[in-house]
Design a protein around this ligand. Structure first.
Ligand SMILES: [Zn+2]
Ligand SMILES: [Zn+2]
Length: 296
């Protein structure tokens, strides 16, 4: 059974069609969504790019709103219609731009709900989003295997390139030789008993994130009465995914680490990486230390 979803802008010039089903319908109240749409909350879905096309007469405009994301709008009437993450196999589309927005109900996931204007955080909004069926996109988290490594190295590189812009020395991307070294390093980690490596895949089996934790013993003076799970490498493919995938990763790695005797987790996060920080905060993590870096 194939489904066809059509959408259009306010003036009708820019149109699209998808022959594939919507993925991960959800709400987002991040400040960028608010500013680009002029609405307090945007309802999103995604379509696989292989199923998706813009109408041939469309006057599509693209605005680069972040290092990795472009926002899509109609150049004639200005309607805000979507967002495109670099290298992503899907495109995010505003549910309100569908010809029939009743066809897709956002799931319970509401990104950056806390950023919505206070008058908007109504009981009604919560009721609507929590009553809706769960998202159609199925994210699975499983132990990493050798075949995942190439995708993990690629995600790692993308993260590095975006972090590098914030702190060029500390987060410097060392070029292709670093990728070779990291491939070898990940291969080694896969064989170690003190390492937990997990991979997230979407319903198309695309790798959308990974986490690597090391079980370490704290010095006796600091002994937290068990092992510490130290997580340095922890990436997702798209910033928008931190909320849904990040929480699943944290829960799964916590369960596995506890079985192996861990009593706490320490997770490294770039100071500027707001989506990742938010997911850590919302999963009960507190900032206990900060690194101050200066170039000489
Ligand atoms: Zn238009
Ligand atoms: Zn947003």
């Amino acid at each position: 059974m194939s489904s066809i979803y059509k959408g259009k802008c306010l003036c009708g010039t820019t149109t699209y069609v998808s022959t594939g089903a919507p993925i991960n319908p959800h709400l987002c109240s991040c400040t960028m969504c608010q500013r680009s749409s002029g609405a307090p909350t945007v309802a999103w879905l995604a379509f696989n790019l292989k199923d998706f096309s813009w109408g041939s007469d469309s006057e599509l405009g693209l605005y680069r709103s972040s290092e990795t994301t472009q926002r899509c709008f109609c150049k004639r009437c200005g309607s805000f219609m979507g967002a495109l993450n670099d290298g992503c196999t899907s495109i995010s589309i505003t549910i309100a731009s569908l010809e029939n927005p009743n066809l897709v109900i956002p799931g319970p996931h509401h990104s950056y709900e806390e950023s919505a204007p206070s008058w908007w955080k109504t009981t009604l909004l919560r009721d609507i989003s929590h009553k809706a069926p769960s998202p159609t996109q199925k994210i699975s988290v499983r132990p990493s295997v050798h075949e995942d490594i190439q995708a993990m190295v690629r995600l790692s590189k993308e993260k590095r390139l975006s972090y590098e812009k914030v702190q060029p020395t500390f987060w410097r991307y060392a070029g292709p030789k670093a990728e070779v070294a990291q491939t070898t390093w990940f291969e080694t980690l896969l064989t170690r008993d003190d390492i937990i490596m997990l991979t997230a895949t979407d319903e198309n089996h695309t790798i959308v994130g990974f986490i690597i934790g090391q079980l370490t013993k704290a010095p006796d003076v600091y002994d937290p009465l068990g092992l510490t799970l130290l997580v340095d490498d922890f990436c997702v493919a798209h910033e928008h995914d931190w909320d849904s995938i990040g929480g699943k990763f944290l829960q799964t790695i916590k369960d596995l680490a506890r079985e192996k005797g861990a009593t706490q987790a320490v997770i490294v996060c770039g100071a500027h990486d707001i989506p990742k920080r938010n997911v850590l905060h919302s999963n009960g993590f507190n900032v206990t230390s900060e690194w101050f870096v200066k170039n000489f």
